[in-house]
Design a protein around this ligand. Structure first.
Ligand SMILES: [Zn+2]
Length: 278
């Protein structure tokens, strides 16, 4: 498998658009893409997801509104003053300017409207596929829960990384024909866990991926070690309970299993099941 550690990390941090230019996406294309997103992610389609095309101006206004919902202006002002006081920026207002100018995404999914939006005139098939995976995550896990974490900075960052990482793996790695498999499992009560198993060319690739995931999650938690108590029944090598999400990471030779679910025990048992220990 091609190494994608830098791609994973940058996608988690920046959620960059992936597509090349061609013709605009029709409603029929959007339907097909939703079916592809469902097949790759293992998440069945519960509702149709409208893909709305918007002129550049209204699209960027929407993008900014979504940013402000996840990172409220009051929190931005606080951070802006803090950075200036620490000497990280020369004057106040720098953060807002940086946030607005770095917004390059031309497709987004809004879990409140339950619609995907694309800037008109652009073909963003790969980016739409990524956003449709978010739509399916939303239909199964309710992504509005991530917004409820916004008062807790570390939990919020880490939950966003879980959601973003899953979509990036599905649309960017599995969708790009790198192999591996993604599946959804349900326990007797019907709660769902997503499991992604990836095959790597060498154990070294898998090890690098593991280090990158651990470093990122620890960074998000601002902790020296994964935020996971030793008493929790987790046989995998790395486990986190982050806000509404449990994440379990397991590696065996050249294979990696990453499970995301509502319960740590459920995610852990699935990761062990797909990657037998020893
Ligand atoms: Zn995303």
């Amino acid at each position: 498998m091609r190494r994608f550690v830098p791609a994973l990390v940058s996608a988690v941090l920046a959620a960059a658009a992936l597509a090349a230019a061609a013709a605009a996406v029709t409603p029929g294309d959007a339907k097909t893409l939703l079916r592809v997103a469902s097949r790759l992610s293992g998440l069945d389609v519960r509702r149709a997801v409208p893909v709305v095309s918007e002129p550049a101006k209204s699209f960027s206004a929407r993008r900014l509104k979504l940013l402000d919902r996840l990172y409220p202006p009051s929190a931005q002002s606080y951070d802006d003053e803090l950075y200036a006081a620490l000497g990280l920026s020369t004057r106040t207002g720098t953060l807002r300017k940086a946030l607005t100018t770095t917004q390059k995404q031309r497709v987004l999914y809004d879990p409140v409207a339950r619609k995907a939006y694309v800037q008109a005139g652009k073909d963003e098939r790969d980016a739409i596929l990524h956003e449709l995976v978010h739509a399916l995550q939303d239909q199964h896990f309710d992504l509005r829960r991530v917004e409820l974490l916004k008062g807790r900075r570390d939990a919020s960052l880490a939950a966003a990384a879980a959601v973003e990482g899953h979509s990036t793996l599905v649309a960017g790695v599995l969708g790009a024909g790198h192999g591996g498999r993604s599946a959804v499992y349900r326990d007797a009560e019907g709660s769902a866990t997503v499991l992604i198993a990836l095959d790597w060319d060498t154990p070294r690739d898998a090890a690098q991926w593991e280090e990158a995931v651990q470093a990122y999650v620890n960074e998000a938690f601002d902790a020296d070690r994964p935020g996971f108590p030793a008493t929790t029944p987790c046989a995998a090598i790395l486990c986190w309970q982050i806000g509404a999400h449990a994440i379990v990471f397991r590696r065996d030779g050249g294979r990696t299993a990453l499970a995301l679910g509502p319960s740590l025990a459920q995610a852990a048992s699935l990761a062990v099941e797909i990657v037998p220990s020893g």
